[in-house]
Design a protein. Structure first.
Lengths: 307, 295, 300
């Protein structure tokens, strides 16, 4: 059913394109802020429609980049879907979508044989920082202090050098990629959900709750930070683009775009576009991610860091 | 004397509760509208959302909501009417009919999240419709159908027996009697109910998260070819409705004015639901007057 | 000759009749297929936790720990079940008296004002989308509870309050219908004997309409039980049985929405969520049967 529809779409698209390609260019006054339209007109011999589904955190990045890509390649339609990393990986693995966006390595969600069939394309790096309610007078937390807080050994801020205030944990659900990253690289261990801890899946809600609840602690990707919450240093190191890039700040993860096997031409072109300077230095930075080219260190599935 | 005091106390408590309910609703509406209306403008209603810059709108979401509503109704109304007619006119009075009635009741109480999950499993993955308007419309059909059936049944039961029997006595077939005599009489009731059901579609989010999806592709509003993936009319594209958009902005919003957009979108949603409600009420009354010649 | 003419005339009628019959029958068949496939698919997914992954049913229903990726993985859904029941029953406890008072007001005390203002107001409450309720709950009720009561503001109390407003229309509408359907003679007899209005309501109206009122309450609970997004926004979602009404808790629906997208289909963690969905669905059926039972009683 879907294949016929896609086939039909492609057919009609190619026909329309061939018939009124010129017309299209003239009448399209779509809001393309970048004036980079001129070189693209010749290069738009790609066509097709494909779906990129998965991580809701990555949706904005992929959506913005795909918008620019579609401006340049009028024959290509990219649909970006958010449904969570797990859904994205399932769909790409079962062939329902061409790209699966994920915050975590496929090996962490799928069975080994299914994950082996997928090709990893790392497009950006996301860094996660511990954040606290602005009223808490703590600027730095060590790894041990964080472990104590998230395992419930320490329940008052005065035990880690703050004011006398009960600690309120704002966590992610155990299935969350952000939580997996935070536990793996900041705590170095998995934690159980504590009695009374709050769990929210979305960064916006975490930010709101940490900002409003006295004594709250949570963790957020750098792109979500603003004045309503306070970023704390980890082992004395502040999470910035530079500290992540040279490997001194450890709490970061790749943003992955998985394909099943080697991608089709238009999918490949899009993935290349994701890694081009235009996206890497433009949208990636704008949305608070760290460009791949800036990274001086690399990390594999097992978490081993190499220079 | 004591009984009278008790009566007075009870009466005043009940009056107070009634006043409280009105106050709660007034507060609720006031809060939503007060926070949101200031943000509504022509630009807000027509432009595309922005992810990190200020000044995004809800244009595509509004369009998606309306389009999804139309799609859902195109599927729901014929099936719902048919099933309702069967239940009220054709179904024999026996155990099987009773069982069907039970099933309609069960279907109407299935939580929307279950319908959404079912849609994800069957429509999106198994049938391969993907996250699309079509999947969303089918999922919404599932929980609007029982309502539609009940409304149709109610409407047909309200038709005076004499009118039905007169038509049958004139030699019209049962089907003809139903479609050309009974349905027009039942129309006010059916129409009012349909509009109220439509209002429910507008506000639904949980089932759509898993079926219609949470993103809206770039739409080209000059392209009206329903088979083009850029066309707003293509039913096989993913679509984020207004209610889902509110949920998403609340949870993932990065734009600096996310709070205002959520408030504005909530206000638009509530206003639409109000319009549906009052519209249904007014239309029902109008048609009742027109058809029954009661002044 | 005349006979054949009759037959000719009758034929289109007959055909028409059959078209109608078959069409409506197909519609009802569609409905039946839908419900059965929902049950089948949710059940087959939900049961695979027990059949494929060999999780013990009793452990799932009574376990207190939910560690889908722990070593070993534990799936104790009791906190969710407890959360679902406590929020929805508490919501009904809040909404039932309000709904009953509103119904009495509309039917007994001031039908004119009630029908004109109170009824539309209550129907409007039913029309407000649940995401908007959640939004208002998170930005008004939660901060209010945080300031007034000890605790974080979110939790069962906040969830129940949001739900109680959402189910108020269901309870009120059914109660109003029941009160209005009461035979006039019953009340008039009571008034004639010199009873006050409250005595009549308390002694006559309430006992006779009780099964119908209960129906409304059960339907309200059923609706609250299945509500997802509004609750998830205000309840906190910790997979534990809370120690107070103002401590983070979870419901079946909030657990499902929270993790469904993050887990890969077919994995153990995902299957366990489908089991929660199955429990949710089965509970809905139980509610429907209770309503049926009560309706049967109220006809007597």
């Amino acid at each position: 059913m879907k294949k016929t529809v896609i086939l039909l779409m492609t057919l009609i698209l190619t026909v329309t394109l061939a018939a009124c390609g010129k017309n299209n260019n003239e009448s399209s006054n779509s809001p393309s802020e970048n004036a980079s339209n001129s070189p693209s007109e010749s290069a738009s011999d790609l066509s097709g429609s494909f779906l990129a589904s998965g991580s809701s955190a990555m949706q904005k990045l992929v959506e913005q980049a795909s918008g620019k890509f579609m401006d340049k390649n009028k024959g290509v339609s990219i649909q970006v879907q958010a449904g969570g990393s797990g859904t994205g990986l399932t769909q790409v693995s079962e062939g329902q979508s061409e790209i699966g966006n994920s915050d975590v390595f496929a090996e962490e969600k799928l069975d080994a044989d299914k994950a082996a069939a997928l090709v990893d394309h790392q497009v950006a790096v996301v860094s996660i920082a511990a954040v606290i309610n602005p009223a808490v007078t703590v600027d730095n937390l060590t790894k041990q202090q964080l472990i104590d807080i998230f395992t419930g050994k320490v329940t008052n801020w005065k035990d880690v050098g703050g004011n006398d205030q009960k600690i309120q944990i704002v966590n992610r659900p155990s299935s969350s990629g952000t939580r997996a990253t935070f536990e793996k690289f900041a705590l170095g261990q998995k934690t159980e959900d504590l009695q009374g801890s709050i769990q929210e899946d979305s960064s916006g809600t975490v930010k709101k709750l940490v900002g409003e609840t006295p004594g709250a602690i949570g963790y957020l990707a750098l792109s979500y930070l603003d004045d309503s919450i306070k970023k704390v240093k980890y082992e004395g190191i502040e999470a910035t683009e530079d500290t992540v890039a040279d490997g001194t700040y450890p709490v970061w993860a790749y943003e992955h775009m998985y394909t099943k096997g080697e991608p089709k031409a238009e999918v490949k072109a899009f993935l290349d576009f994701m890694l081009s300077d235009e996206v890497q230095n433009g949208d990636v930075v704008e949305l608070g991610y760290i460009p791949m080219s800036k990274m001086k260190v690399k990390r594999d599935v097992a978490g081993n860091v190499t220079k | 004397m004591k009984a009278k005091t008790a009566d007075k106390i009870a009466t005043s408590i009940i009056m107070a509760v009634a006043a409280l309910i009105v106050l709660v609703l007034a507060g609720l509406l006031g809060y939503i509208l007060f926070r949101g209306v200031g943000h509504i403008s022509f630009h807000f209603l027509t432009s595309a959302p922005e992810s990190i810059r200020k000044g995004g709108g809800i244009g595509p979401q509004l369009f998606n909501s309306i389009f999804l509503l139309v799609l859902t109704m195109i599927i729901t109304i014929p099936i719902g009417l048919g099933a309702g007619i069967y239940m009220s006119e054709y179904a024999p009075m026996n155990r099987i009919t009773n069982f069907i009635r039970l099933i309609v009741e069960v279907l109407s109480s299935v939580p929307s999240i279950i319908v959404g999950l079912f849609g994800l499993l069957v429509l999106v993955n198994l049938f391969g419709f993907g996250f699309s308007l079509f999947s969303g419309a089918l999922a919404l059909t599932v929980f609007n159908l029982p309502l539609m059936v009940r409304i149709t049944e109610q409407g047909l039961k309200g038709v005076p027996r004499e009118q039905k029997e007169a038509s049958l006595a004139l030699g019209l077939s049962k089907w003809k009697t139903i479609t050309s005599v009974m349905l027009p009489i039942a129309l006010p009731v059916v129409l009012t109910g349909t509009i109220l059901a439509a209002g429910r579609v507008f506000g639904e989010a949980a089932a759509l998260l898993f079926t219609a999806g949470m993103s809206s592709p770039r739409l080209d509003f000059t392209n009206w070819n329903p088979l083009s993936p850029f066309s707003p009319l293509n039913p096989f594209r993913p679509a984020e409705t207004l209610a889902v958009h509110i949920w998403k902005i609340n949870s993932e919003g990065l734009a600096p004015d996310a709070g205002q957009i959520a408030a504005g979108a909530s206000a638009v949603l509530v206003i639409t639901v109000l319009v549906f409600n009052f519209g249904a009420r007014w239309l029902g009354r109008y048609m009742h007057r027109k058809f029954t010649a009661i002044k | 000759m005349s006979q054949s003419l009759d037959r000719q005339k009758a034929k289109p009628h007959l055909a028409e009749e059959w078209v109608g019959k078959i069409y409506t029958f197909l519609c009802i068949l569609f409905l039946i297929t839908t419900i059965f496939s929902i049950v089948y698919f949710v059940a087959s997914k939900g049961l695979s936790t027990f059949i494929v992954n060999h999780v013990n049913v009793i452990d799932l229903l009574t376990g207190l720990k939910w560690l889908p990726d722990g070593e070993p993985a534990l799936f104790g859904a009791l906190p969710f079940i407890f959360g679902s029941f406590s929020t929805s029953i508490l919501a009904a406890c809040l909404a039932a008296p309000l709904g009953f008072c509103a119904a009495v007001f509309m039917v007994e005390i001031s039908p004119k004002f009630g029908r004109k203002y109170l009824q539309p107001v209550i129907e409007l409450l039913a029309g407000i989308p649940s995401v908007v309720y959640g939004f208002v709950g998170l930005s008004v009720i939660v901060p209010f509870f945080r300031d007034v009561f000890p605790g974080q503001g979110i939790g069962i109390a906040a969830g129940a309050l949001v739900l109680s407003i959402m189910i108020l229309p269901t309870i009120t509408t059914i109660a109003t219908d029941a009160l209005a359907a009461l035979p006039k003679g019953l009340k008039e007899g009571s008034y004639a004997l010199g009873s006050t209005r409250w005595q009549t309501i308390y002694r006559i109206v309430l006992p006779t309409t009780l099964p119908a009122l209960m129906t409304g309450i059960v339907l309200g609970i059923a609706r609250a039980f299945g509500e997802a997004l509004a609750v998830q926004m205000v309840i906190g979602n910790a997979p534990h049985i809370p120690r107070s009404l103002f401590e983070s808790a979870s419901t079946l629906t909030s657990a499902i929405t929270l993790s469904m997208g993050n887990t890969a289909m077919g994995s153990l963690a995902n299957n366990a969520l489908w089991s929660l969905a199955l429990i949710l669905m089965l509970m809905t059926f139980v509610f429907v049967f209770i309503v049926r039972f009560l309706e049967g009683r109220s006809k007597l």
